[in-house]
Design a protein around this ligand. Structure first.
Ligand code: KIV
Length: 295
């Protein structure tokens, strides 16, 4: 793990504590990243990356690459499970995927989304669902969508010992109310609402706040206002951290990736090429070769 034993600056924790550099490109060895490490990174002004992951093998790759936080997002719905959006994803499905991601990693903090319908009705429902994710999947934190309307859920979870990442701006579970995937927080009134939501979530105990599809200037304002880290997706470069859906980042998503995503590889083309080469070898009798056979 990317922990060095440099003393922590006095502003970032008690003297003599090992300093965690959240990202330095490798896994190293040691303990998992904690929410406290993220708080210290904010104090140091250190930016960090976060990716989604839905299976053990891919999560293991990102963990080895040193990504400090992995999100088992309900974006698994459209990026892994074949649904058209996040709404149909169930608690059971996400617990299964989350368990796989936990087992495939050693260092990253694993955060799981609480699926649509599994926390909105009451703090008690949120606590029951969050508890299942902690006990059955072994995740280190949960994420839920919404502003002031979910602060009692956030309080109940945090008081029970379950770290909560909040998520405001575009909240995909509410796509049917929002009328599509559009930028949120435009105009004075909406911006004020978003700032008030962010403050309320921090006061309720959230350890980080995801800002999705929010104007960059507003995201910067939220980032300056909060003591906890902001995690942007389509929210400009002023956030403390950036999250991307891994299939967008690596070029697995069919068709055009969203404007806020950057394609760092063309995995879809690489896999298509490999599958075609394998198929051609089988048809031609070139696979298996003698070295792939047993005698
Ligand atoms: O489900 C998800 O992947 C998310 C991220 C886009 C933040 O919520």
């Amino acid at each position: 793990m990317s922990i060095t034993n440099e003393p922590v600056p006095s502003s970032a924790g008690s003297a003599g504590e090992p300093k965690l550099t959240l990202y330095n490109g490798s896994t190293g060895t040691g303990r998992r990243v904690t929410v406290r490490d993220l708080a210290l990174a904010k104090q140091r002004g250190e930016r960090w990356p976060m990716l989604t992951a839905y299976d053990a093998m891919t999560a293991g790759v990102f963990d080895e690459a040193g990504i400090p936080v992995l999100l088992v997002g309900d974006s698994a719905g459209d990026n892994h499970l074949g649904y058209s959006n996040t709404v149909p994803v169930t608690v059971e499905e996400l617990i299964t995927l989350s368990g796989a991601v936990v087992r495939g990693t050693r260092r990253a903090l694993i955060v799981s989304d609480l699926p649509f319908g599994s926390y909105q009705s009451s703090p008690r429902q949120a606590l029951e669902t969050g508890t299942r994710f902690m006990k059955e999947a072994g995740v280190g934190a949960v994420k839920l969508e919404g502003g002031r309307r979910v602060v009692h859920q956030v309080e109940a979870l945090v008081q029970a010992g379950i770290p909560v990442m909040a998520h405001i701006g575009l909240t995909p579970q509410s796509v049917n109310v929002l009328g599509g995937y559009r930028v949120q927080g435009r105009g004075e009134e909406e911006a004020e609402r978003l700032l008030a939501d962010a403050k309320a979530l921090e006061a309720a105990g959230a350890f980080a706040v995801v800002l999705e599809l929010v104007p960059a200037e507003l995201a910067e304002q939220v980032t300056e206002l909060l003591h906890v880290p902001t995690v942007g997706i389509g929210a400009g470069a002023g956030c403390d951290a950036q999250v991307q859906v891994w299939t967008d980042m690596a070029g697995m998503t069919p068709g055009n990736a969203p404007k806020h995503a950057k394609k760092y590889a063309d995995l879809r083309a690489v896999l298509t090429g490999a599958a075609r080469e394998f198929a051609a070898d089988v048809v031609a009798g070139a696979f298996p070769a003698p070295e792939n056979s047993f005698h």
